[in-house]
Design a protein around this ligand. Sequence first.
Ligand SMILES: N[C@@H](CCC(=O)N[C@@H](CS)C(=O)NCC(=O)O)C(=O)O
Length: 227
Amino acid sequence: MIQLHHLNDSRSQRIIWMLEELELDYDIKRYQRDAHTSLAPETLKRVHPLGKAPILIDGELRLAESGAIIDYLAQRYGSSTLLPAANTQAWWDYVYWLHYGEGSLMPPLLMRHVFDKVQQAPMAFFIRPLVKKIVAGVERAFLNQQIHTHLNFVADHLACHEWFLGESFSAADIQMSFPLEAAMHRAEMADSYPRLKAYVTRLQARPAYLRALEKGGSYLYGPRVAT
Ligand SMILES: N[C@@H](CCC(=O)N[C@@H](CS)C(=O)NCC(=O)O)C(=O)O
């Protein structure tokens, strides 16, 4: 049976979702982030030397990298539902978004996340103002603009496409979900990008997504519960 090594609040949530979309049988091995560092436990390194989630095992195959896993599952089990025909324009669009999600969109979002953590980290009180100043400087000079360039680009694409490949939901939407959920988790970004927020809400309403939420356990970037 397929085995997914899953870390809470992580990219592996979208693999559970993918498995649910494909209605496959699978088993989840769960790992919990360290409460202080947010890192995965060392035991995950026994499954793959980098010790990062997701990792998928299917028979003899052991695969890390969510893009590779999504592509594997789509090609092996979902070619008639989650993939366009090979070598068409839609296929190359799929390849593009599969790489874009982790290769281009995630890095500035991750940088912002790391800066948030740096500012919250314990430090001598007289150092904190300096750290805040440096972070604010980098955000102003570089990061904010990078993030907005990417989010505007994606929002423009979704202005004329219901899903990333057009009219049909595909594996590209599953890959793109994590960076967009992480971005929309920040209230100021959700307010600035209503189209992206609406897209994420659309994803989060899919029955397979909701089943994956139940199976995966707590997920920080899941649908906001109205208070
Ligand atoms: N590009 C990789 C990134 C893998 C990755 O960094 N996973 C994070 C979870 S979102 C992780 O395992 N972090 C825990 C750690 O680094 O210890 C992918 O898409 O699978």
